[in-house]
Design a protein around this ligand. Structure first.
Ligand code: CO
Length: 215
């Protein structure tokens, strides 16, 4: 690598790993040897790709405890094979008990979706959030402060993505087979570190509505 800055940046990453290896080596609980054999997490976390919202740190969990999927603005679309593959593996194979959709205030993806500016390829992804805005346009338009509009859309986006997860055949088939599974919607406040419950938890398909709830 010729660029000195890049070289130093990568070296810092490798040094960070050596520190981690020391930590693993000093651990006397045997949990890393156990983890090397396999995982048994009870939580699937679907969060934003934003660097400020790491699943483990925010929930006080350790390696092996959270199965993670992150994308820009924690969007869950029924045709996203990446999300569906993660969801199916987490629910059908790992049999997680909780799915946490975690949005965050100050989400750049949500802010961008409320503007008419083009940002490139991502515009087509953000259009899913514009769809959420369309469902709640009257409420969002009535808020007379841009930051508050964005924060409310962050919450509504989470609520919508929770619904999208619950309407998948994957989640509904788990419920149908009697598997205990709760899907929660939450929002992270980066400044305080809090993970706020949006009280939009589903544990069955009873309230999904006529065409969404499979028989
Ligand atoms: Co974000």
């Amino acid at each position: 690598m010729e660029n000195q800055d890049l070289k130093l940046g990568f070296e810092k990453i490798l040094q960070g790993n050596r520190d981690w290896m020391d930590f693993v080596k000093e651990d006397k609980t045997g949990r890393f040897q156990q983890l090397a054999k396999g995982q048994n997490p009870e939580i699937l976390w679907i969060g934003c790709a934003d660097s400020r919202v790491p699943a483990n740190e925010i929930t006080g969990t350790k390696p092996g405890e959270v199965f993670v999927h992150r994308n820009i603005a924690n969007v869950c679309v029924h045709s996203d094979m990446n999300m569906l593959s993660v969801l199916d593996y987490a629910v059908s194979v790992l049999k997680v008990k909780h799915i946490i959709v975690a949005g965050h205030y100050g989400c750049g993806g949500v802010a961008a979706s409320l503007s008419r500016k083009q940002f490139g390829v991502i515009d087509n992804w953000l259009c899913h959030i514009k769809d959420v805005y369309r469902l709640h346009a009257a409420e969002i338009d009535a808020i007379d402060n841009q930051e508050k509009k964005e924060d409310r859309l962050v919450e509504l986006n989470v609520i919508e993505q929770v619904f999208n997860l619950c309407t998948t055949s994957i989640v509904q088939n788990a419920w149908k087979s009697g598997q205990p599974l709760a899907v929660h919607g939450t929002v992270i406040n980066i400044g305080t570190g809090s993970l706020e419950d949006l009280h939009t938890t589903f544990t069955n398909n009873e309230t999904l509505g006529k065409v969404f709830a499979y028989k």
